[in-house]
Design a protein around this ligand. Structure first.
Ligand SMILES: C[S@@+](CC[C@H](N)C(=O)[O-])C[C@H]1O[C@@H](n2cnc3c(N)ncnc32)[C@H](O)[C@@H]1O
Length: 253
């Protein structure tokens, strides 16, 4: 369990909020379109959103017909914003570590956008996620891609040819899973690197059936908004998205 949440740091929080408010960001152009495409039917369903942040997705689930949405986040600052801007009678926001799923209603969808790389023990967590789902329920999560989380200190970089064109990507320590600390607006942002196998195997062992693994590429429009984004994603993916299902017959609505 993480003892400290960087999202409650005032400097980090203001910078992160400003980033998400810009019209042009990687989340909105790459990650969110892919996550929305992979959402199952939510009519009458119960959804847990782990690391829900500002609550945008919780509200989207209600718009899509979910009858009950529970958004968990460790950051009081993020939840204050979520309650103010994305409140709805069907949504409950809880300030709690997402690895503590005790006492929550069984879910038809466990969703998490860009938060699982903050979890230390993924093996145990995968089992708890499986237990928290109804039969036939879905797990859909995105995280920073293992090629991004690998390098200590976030010191990975693109290499350029003599014309300045990005041609390759340098990273290290892929085969050394564990804690990483990097600078992102502030020093000391803590994440956990897992190899691809350290993500997929615990899910399979827990009992999940993998449905889709997605490493999203931008459409043509995205490349016009952030020049070079398509080329960068062709060199190295930014996000890893996993959609998996708990076997069984879905509960009737
Ligand atoms: C990059 S933000 C993503 C927020 C939101 N899912 C979105 O896509 O807009 C990651 C969120 O995970 C939360 N978080 C990090 N570690 C957590 C933990 N152990 N338990 C609950 N939330 C956590 C942070 O407070 C932050 O709101």
């Amino acid at each position: 369990m993480n003892s400290r949440n960087i999202f409650d740091d005032p400097t980090f929080f203001e910078n992160y909020r400003a980033l998400r408010e810009t019209e042009v960001n990687y989340n909105d152009q790459l990650e969110q379109p892919a996550m929305r495409r992979l959402l199952p039917d939510l009519g009458g369903k119960t959804v847990l959103d782990l690391g829900c942040g500002f609550g945008h997705n919780c509200l989207e689930f209600v718009r899509r017909g979910a009858s009950r949405v529970i958004g968990l986040d460790l950051s009081r600052r993020m939840l204050d914003q979520a309650e103010a801007a994305c409140g709805d009678p069907a949504i409950t926001y809880l300030c709690r570590d997402m690895t503590d799923l005790t006492g929550l209603p069984q879910a038809d969808l466990i969703y998490s956008s860009l938060a699982f790389h903050y979890v230390q023990d993924f093996g145990r967590f995968a089992q708890d996620l499986f237990a928290a789902l109804n039969p036939g329920g879905w797990l859909l999560f995105s995280q920073e891609h293992p090629l991004v989380t690998a390098t200590p200190g976030g010191l990975q970089h693109y290499n350029r040819d003599e014309h300045g064109k990005e041609i390759s990507f340098t990273f290290s320590d892929y085969g050394r899973p564990g804690r990483r600390e990097c600078f992102w607006f502030v020093d000391g942002v803590e994440k956990f690197h897992r190899r691809f196998s350290d993500i997929v195997t615990p899910l399979c062992r827990a009992g999940f059936r993998l449905d889709e693994i997605c490493e999203p590429l931008p459409g043509e429009r995205a490349d016009q908004i952030i020049p070079g984004i398509l080329r960068r994603e062709e060199i190295k993916p930014t996000f890893l998205i996993v959609k998996a299902q708990k076997p069984g017959t879905p509960s009737s609505v």
